[in-house]
Ligand binder design. Structure first.
Ligand SMILES: [Zn+2]
Length: 460
């Protein structure tokens, strides 16, 4: 049986308890000992329990440009286990486009209305820690879910993937004696660093999409060290061709050759030499958004641990898990070294949809008002974006429909592309700016389902 997300549990005072198995939640609901607190993420509230034993629970975050993985990992005496996972889809691109459009309207309006005004240019400032709105929206999304999950589950720590690799590690001489060939973590970090520095291609001939080897610029046999300032990436042929020569010696030999490859190599060698001397730009590899996120997560009052992407990749590869946003997140940090999870588990897909537009009136492409001004948002207890269930007894659309309702100006109740009479509607969950679904096909690898069972019911 494919593993399902656990159900989040609250006690009667709305204090979080350990998430429980869906079967257990079903039992409790059936016996009337619990009630549904929230549909998405599915959360129940116990009617008679007050407090209870909890185990350490870690919220792990792998922030991405488009998708962020958010698993809850429990630490049981038998080991670490993913209890619940979600993938949060951001709307950075929509935010960017909306602002771009707004800027266009404003520019045109100013041009029409204040044509003879002196230009103003020094009246704008940005506060400390300002982020572009599209990035701010990502940080806010993650923070919202961090806070929510802390409210609905007994989270005791947070781990975030912060940087691509830990440049600090390379600068300590005792760690720079790296066993990068043996697949040690520090070696993994160095490899990731070199891949980034040399653009994932052979530093000498520039070939891409070939297996790359770590090359000692000054060969070890001639006294070269393992420090990153003596390492570069080369394809097998270049590495072999160079042999144990110094770069200068090799360059002399290459100049005599007439082969196209050798000419290319000779061209690239000066570039390699200058890149080697470049200092490690530690801060440059820490993304501003992630840094801001970590700073704000600290305000939750929980210990926040940071990790590197290289470590995540290393942990995931060593445990043989496929790539998925929530699996990557589960492998973040030192606690990601051994985590039990079912790659076929269905994670919750949370898509940020925003709270509608603030614009009072739609405009045409020249910025002139068109159509009806915005009037109704809430009508007969329903608001645009509410998750509703419609049971329509007769007619063309007879049947059960679930979706987010849209209130239109007539007012009409639009659900999944058609109008529904409000008497058929039942509210499932208030609009909270997010849409919920399951991540399709888990990680792409599904665990086999036992025979004789029908298609799995989608619980909404
Ligand atoms: Zn090469």
């Amino acid at each position: 049986m494919q593993k399902q997300n656990c159900v989040l549990v609250l006690d009667k005072n709305k204090e979080p308890l350990m998430p429980c198995h869906p079967a257990r939640a079903r039992q409790l609901l059936k016996k009337g000992r619990a009630a549904v607190f929230r549909r998405h993420p599915f959360t129940i509230i116990l009617k008679d329990r007050e407090g209870g034993e909890t185990q350490p629970l870690e919220l792990k975050i792998d922030p991405g440009a488009k998708v962020t993985g958010l698993p809850l990992v429990a630490e049981f005496p038998r080991g670490r286990e993913v209890l619940w996972a979600a993938e949060l889809h951001h709307r950075g691109e929509q935010v960017r486009e909306a602002l771009h459009r707004r800027r266009g309207y404003r520019r045109f309006r100013r041009y029409r209305k204040t044509r003879y005004r002196e230009p103003r240019f020094s009246n704008r400032g940005r506060p400390e820690g300002w982020l572009p709105p599209s990035l701010e929206s990502r940080v806010a999304n993650i923070l919202t879910w961090g806070k929510r999950l802390c409210r609905w589950s007994p989270v005791t720590a947070v781990s975030v993937e912060l940087a691509k690799f830990d440049t600090q590690k390379f600068q300590h001489p005792e760690i720079s004696g790296i066993e990068y060939q043996q697949g040690e973590l520090s070696g993994y970090e160095v490899r990731e660093y070199l891949l980034e520095k040399y653009g994932r291609r052979c530093a000498y001939c520039g070939k891409e999409d070939v297996p790359l080897e770590v090359d000692h610029v000054v060969p070890k046999s001639r006294g070269g060290t393992d420090r990153v300032s003596n390492l570069t990436l080369a394809c097998r042929e270049c590495n072999r061709a160079k042999g144990n020569r110094l770069l200068q010696e090799w360059l002399e030999d290459l100049k005599k050759s007439r082969r196209a490859v050798d000419r290319k190599r000779a061209e690239n060698i000066p570039k390699v030499l200058s890149l080697l001397k470049e200092p490690l730009k530690g801060a440059a590899f820490i993304n501003a958004t992630r840094y801001a996120l970590v700073e704000r997560l600290k305000a939750l009052g929980l210990p926040v641990f940071t990790a590197t992407a290289a470590q995540t990749k290393y942990n995931r590869a060593r445990q043989g898990y496929p790539k998925a946003h929530w699996i990557d997140a589960a492998c973040v940090g030192e606690t990601g070294e051994s985590v039990r999870l079912d790659p076929g588990m269905q994670a919750l897909k949370i898509t940020a949809r925003g709270h509608g537009s603030r614009r009072v009136q739609n405009v045409d492409r020249y910025g002139f008002p068109r159509g009806e001004p915005k009037r109704v948002r809430r009508f007969m207890g329903f608001a645009t974006g509410d998750l509703v269930k419609a049971v329509i007894p007769t007619g063309k659309y007879a049947g059960v429909h679930v979706g987010r309702v849209a209130i239109r100006s007539r007012p009409g109740f639009r659900l999944n592309g058609f109008d529904v009479h409000p008497k058929h509607l039942r509210l499932l969950q208030r609009a909270d700016g997010y849409e919920y679904d399951w991540v399709k096909g888990g990680s792409g690898v599904s665990s086999p389902r036992p025979e004789g069972r029908g298609p799995r019911r989608r619980v909404i």
